[in-house]
Ligand binder design. Structure first.
Ligand SMILES: Nc1nc2c(ncn2[C@@H]2O[C@H](COP(=O)(O)OP(=O)(O)OP(=O)(O)O)[C@@H](O)[C@H]2O)c(=O)[nH]1
Ligand SMILES: [Mg+2]
Length: 210
């Protein structure tokens, strides 16, 4: 793994992220104002762990080895206007089918209706990238013209060579807009955390919502 030193100083104080609320239905969400960036991806791709790493807090978002840990929409407040959102994962959650489809309905209606949603961060486990559900999210964001950024998680679990091959393959498969927007990440080593802060800053500062 590269030991590149980044001098990037983030515009927002991400370690000050605090838990705001859990939404079981859309009506539990705070007023639809300000800016939200949502972390989306398959169950177990590392979404909640990623948010903990960003906040430099071990238990801000609940994580688990078992897929299906996050079952509702959890919101974290960065400041009065900006929030980060941990969405339930899609894919192979170990739970009753009826429960899984309820989480997916919740996520889908959040995506369809939330005006202050300004971007998505799509997390993919670097060992299983671009599954059909990931492709559906990419397609949806293209059609809705919602900016999407890709983070490849768990890179501590593969060699540098395999990571390079994976990135190359993804660049061939993804539409050009997204091929340039991939950040490899490890929550174990916090590799590329400054780059991730840079992505969030850019998305918060340059993206009109609504
Ligand atoms: N080695 C390693 N493990 C990770 C990394 N990121 C997450 N994990 C592990 O992957 C498992 C799943 O992480 P979560 O953050 O709970 O995944 P999630 O995407 O929030 O899962 P759901 O809530 O089910 O959607 C946990 O055991 C984490 O410790 C990483 O970068 N490296
Ligand atoms: Mg989770």
């Amino acid at each position: 793994m590269s030991k590149k030193i980044s001098l990037y100083k983030s515009q927002f104080d991400y370690p000050r992220l605090t838990f705001l609320t859990t939404a079981v239905t859309l009506s539990d969400l705070p007023t639809d104002q300000g800016y939200e960036i949502a972390v989306i991806g398959r169950s177990n791709s590392g979404k909640s762990t990623f948010l903990n790493c960003i906040a430099n807090q071990r238990q801000l978002a609940r994580t688990s080895k078992m897929p299906g840990r996050t079952q509702f929409i959890n919101l974290f407040k960065l400041d009065e206007e900006r929030r980060l959102v941990d969405l339930p994962g899609y894919g192979y959650a170990k739970a009753a089918y009826s429960k899984i489809s309820a989480w997916q309905r919740l996520t889908n209606s959040y995506l369809d209706r939330r005006q202050c949603l300004c971007s998505l961060i799509l997390l993919m486990d670097c060992r299983h990238p671009l599954q059909s559900s990931d492709q559906q999210i990419i397609e949806w964001s293209m059609n809705s013209q919602l900016p999407l950024y890709i983070v490849l998680t768990k890179i501590d679990k593969i060699s540098r060579n395999v990571l390079t091959q994976t990135q190359f393959r993804l660049q061939q498969l993804l539409p050009p807009t997204y091929a340039q927007s991939i950040t490899p990440f490890s929550a174990k080593t916090c590799h590329n955390l400054p780059e991730v802060y840079q992505v969030f800053d850019k998305l918060f500062l340059n993206t009109p919502c609504g």
